[in-house]
Design a protein around this ligand. Structure first.
Ligand code: NAD
Ligand code: MG
Length: 393
């Protein structure tokens, strides 16, 4: 029996994780669930999955949850605050931590899971983008297991030779082909992008996801973050990763070998497949995902990404190449810009502008401690907000 903490259980990945876990109650036991403030869904999840602990980051939400659970599930301990996210990730009796908080808020608890030697199921790509080498070193030093949940990285993981820790060139791998749907605006004329609304941006053609990652997919910053994520996970550099637009989202990524072989992982676009693989690796379990019907799919298309249409892809690659805290600065600026787009009317095309200008204004530092990373993250948020104010003026 493996005991699990799910960070971000009320989100899209969290809900899919509980769906897979509930199909295998003989194998997995939910010890702790966490969320920001969605009391209604957390209440339902607590009643259904009976964790020992539920954490709501928001204190009012925690108080409401505790009150609601008092009669139906009094044994569930409810707490609040960011420090509690770290403590449920470190629990001695927990084997696996699903890291499915969105954005930088997930960094500390995800890192805590790695530090305490857990199997880390990594959906929260921003945590790795921000802390790169520090995160990978923490995994190694503490004998943690890092299983990528992002569908592309999970696909690459499935197609890679194991082990590949010394760098994949040692195992005859030539390059990674990272697929991307291209999002909802792949074919939108570039001059129309300025008018895009949050509702349009969140309406992804193939995947049903949280709002932040949906906007990232629409700007293709998601793919930029994923290039950085793949560099760290598979010990490589952006020049060995080719982004391939594949609008059907059936091939989740590919690995090309020196002998000309190209291995791919295919499946319906449903996150329960990578989640199930992360949970059960090296075995396979049922995920509830429908069989892929190739006759239904009928054709698979591929295109080169257009970096003029999607400048975020270029920005992410150059942040990775610049090294140090550049990726953390870029991630923070993106989080601010996406939030301003979703909530305060920042134009869609200004997202890339805010990121680029923040990267230009700040200098990168050696990212060898959490303090340095968090300091530059904070500075980048302030700089990006200032830029947003100037654009609005
Ligand atoms: P979501 O917005 O649906 O859910 C986010 C979860 O994090 C919620 O449970 C929310 O309560 C919690 N949360 C939000 N802000 C928080 C904060 N400040 N502190 C603590 N908890 C907080 O997001 P999602 O789509 O499930 O994505 C989660 C992560 O997984 C993201 O990093 C995303 O990039 C990654 N991911 C998602 C998908 C997908 O299909 N949804 C695919 C690949 C990777
Ligand atoms: Mg992905």
């Amino acid at each position: 029996m493996k005991n699990i903490t799910i960070l971000g259980s009320t989100g899209s990945i969290g809900v899919s994780t509980l769906d897979v876990v509930s199909r295998h109650t003989d194998k997995y036991c939910v010890k702790a669930l966490t969320a920001h403030s969605n009391v209604d869904l957390m209440y339902e999840q607590c009643v259904t999955h009976q964790p020992e602990q539920a954490v709501m980051v928001d204190a009012d939400a925690a108080a409401r949850l505790e009150k609601q659970l008092r009669d139906v599930a009094p044994d569930i301990s409810v707490s609040s605050g960011e420090a509690e996210l770290v403590s449920v990730s470190e629990r001695n009796d927990v084997d696996y931590v699903m890291a499915a908080i969105v954005g930088a808020a997930g960094l500390l608890p995800t890192l805590a899971a790695a530090r305490s030697g857990k199997r880390v199921l990594l959906a929260n790509k921003e945590a790795l983008v921000m802390s790169g080498k520090l995160f990978m070193d923490t995994v190694k030093e503490n004998d943690a297991e890092l299983l990528p949940i992002d569908s592309e990285h999970n696909a690459v993981f499935q197609c890679m030779p194991h082990p590949y820790a010394e760098g994949f060139q040692h195992r005859g791998v030539k390059q990674i082909l990272l697929t991307a749907s291209g999002g909802p605006f792949r074919q939108t004329p570039i001059e129309k992008l300025v008018d895009i609304t949050p509702e349009q941006a969140c309406n992804h053609p193939n995947w049903d996801m949280g709002r932040k990652i949906s906007v990232d997919s629409a700007t293709m910053m998601n793919k930029g973050l994923e290039v950085i994520e793949a560099c760290w996970l598979f010990h490589t550099q952006p020049e060995s990763i080719q982004v391939v637009i594949h609008p059907q989202s059936v091939i989740h990524s590919l690995v090309e070998y020196n002998d000309g072989s190209v291995l791919a992982q295919l499946g319906n676009p449903d996150m329960r497949t990578p989640i199930a693989y992360g949970l059960s690796w090296p075995e396979r379990i049922d995920s509830g995902v429908q069989s892929l019907d190739l006759f239904d799919v009928a054709r698979l298309d591929f295109e080169r990404p257009d970096e003029q249409q999607f400048p975020c892809l270029r920005l992410a690659k150059s942040a990775m190449l610049a090294g140090g805290t550049s990726s953390a600065i870029m991630n923070a600026a993106n989080e601010i810009a996406v939030d301003e787009f979703l909530n305060n009317g920042l134009p869609f095309t200004a997202i890339a502008q805010v990121i680029e200008s923040t990267l230009e204004q700040l200098s990168s530092h050696v990212a060898d401690s959490l303090d340095v990373i968090l300091e530059d993250d904070l500075l980048a948020r302030q700089t990006a907000k200032e830029m947003v104010r100037r654009l609005a003026a």
